[in-house]
Design a protein around this ligand. Sequence first.
Ligand code: RIB
Length: 306
Amino acid sequence: MGRIAVLGVFVADAVFRAERMPRIGETLLGTGFQLGPGGKGSNQAVAAGLQGAGVDMITRLGRDTFADMALGVWARAGVTPHVTQDPDSYTGAAQIFVDAATGDNAIIVAPGAASDLGPADIDANRAVIEGAAVFITQLEQPLDAARAGLAMARAAGVATLLNPAPGQALDDDMLALCDYITPNETETQDITGILPQDDASIARAAEALKARGVRCPLITLGARGVFLDGHGILPARAAGAVVDTTGAGDAFNAGFAVGLARGDSAERAARRGIITAGISITRHGAAAAMPTADEVQKGLEDAGWV
Ligand code: RIB
């Protein structure tokens, strides 16, 4: 299997569970609390590492207890860190509200030291990026770092995967650097102006992404599944009762990246992503919910997708 290079952010997730979301100005009694590893890039690196991929994580941290949490979770998942630690900044943190009734969430992320990621961090990790089979990044760190990483990977013939989360408008030059892009519904609207609500609008949004330079768009549709260009909607597959959807997108992206790194077709890789996400949503937390290689393999076999 080829290696996966991840450019992204680690944050410590402070997760509060309650029977419903709080209203502005309201104090609401919660039903649970958990502090654990999160951040989209780190979650994706951890999930890919747990599936046996060789993973390199490029980021910036502070020099504090949350940084120790990051280095610990990566060590346990077999992820190789390529990290600058800034003693004058702090490691990122996120406040996450989980609706205990639905598993839905609302998140505020403060990326901390990772807000200073830039093209110099990409140059410093040229060997890691150019030596990968797959390069994956998100939008929690500054856009110019993501753009520089995608450009370096593309120039080296490395498969490029952009998970455009959190959502924002993107220019055509950026989109043209993406072999694969994986927006959810609202992120698709942020990029294309089209909210993918039904088959017709999903197809129009995918065509818009291709017209702007993406080679193969995927649109994640929550409980409906994942639209993959040329294949239509691949159905979601929850492994049990849904308790927490935090990190489900990261799980999908990681499984998809692992599939690509294994040399699988995009369809097969997407099905691996769907199984990975379908297990993660049956567990609490983000990185803590990611399944092992054996669990994903069993999920693929149970679904008849091997
Ligand atoms: O995608 C889920 C992640 O988004 C959480 O772990 C939180 O840290 C935010 O970055």
